[in-house]
Ligand binder design. Structure first.
Ligand SMILES: C[S@@+](CC[C@H](N)C(=O)[O-])C[C@H]1O[C@@H](n2cnc3c(N)ncnc32)[C@H](O)[C@@H]1O
Length: 204
């Protein structure tokens, strides 16, 4: 990994996705999360201040060492214990059916095999456990989708492997989850980057 991906991208993400508007979306997405939680793409810990009081532990998974450094102040300020447990959401070092909830925000776009990462979350969730997600992806409007396809190669280069055109709902249900809640909407900004999938999926 080069200097830009290692040092610059995590800092840009921390700033770019750290604003108040995003905070409100994060809080809404992880409402209802409780017990032991695995979060893939933990990054700089931007979700941490929004976790509800019923959360007893966060198992954090992310390959970025700079993300971990940036997360340090949020981890120190949080009453919830955080343990960094792995570097790759596609291969979780957690036992089957060992956690209560899973969280992924703006991360399934960046994991090379997102379907495999979702299957891993399903494996480590206890039966009845829930995956809470807030992700951007493929837009239904043909004009927007066309630009997502066009810009995807550039986006991957400048934004840490991020894909603009993933169908997040299909990936989640394709991994065997039941989609119990799904909201699709555009957030403020260029539509190509801003079509969201937010919801809850259950391991039934
Ligand atoms: C756009 S950032 C989002 C960070 C954070 N989840 C947020 O909501 O602000 C994508 C994150 O996914 C992480 N990531 C990339 N590949 C990954 C993988 N294979 N497993 C887990 N996380 C990964 C990146 O290091 C980065 O922290």
């Amino acid at each position: 990994m080069g200097f830009y991906d290692e040092q610059v991208v995590p800092r840009l993400i921390d700033k770019g996705l750290g604003g108040k508007g995003f905070g409100r979306l994060r809080a809404r997405a992880i409402r209802g999360v409780s017990g032991e939680v695995v979060e893939i793409g933990f990054g700089s810990g931007t979700n941490l201040p929004h976790y509800p009081t019923g959360v007893t532990k966060v198992w954090a998974v992310d390959p970025s060492a700079v993300g971990r450094q940036l997360a340090a102040r949020r981890v120190a300020a949080s009453p919830i214990p955080v343990e960094f447990v792995g570097l790759d959401g596609q291969d979780l070092p957690l036992a089957d059916e060992s956690v209560d909830c899973a969280v992924s925000t703006w991360t399934l776009c960046s994991i090379p095999d997102a379907g495999r990462a979702i299957a891993e979350l399903r494996r480590v969730l206890r039966p009845g456990g829930t995956m809470h997600f807030l992700e951007h992806g493929h837009a239904p409007d043909p004009g927007v989708a066309k630009w997502q396809e066009r810009l995807n190669p550039l986006q991957q280069k400048i934004c840490g492997g991020c894909n603009l055109d993933r169908r997040i709902d299909s990936l989640i249900s394709g991994a065997g989850f039941e989609l119990t809640k799904l909201a699709n909407f555009y957030i403020k900004g260029p539509k190509t980057f801003c079509y969201m999938y937010a919801g809850v999926a259950t391991k039934s």
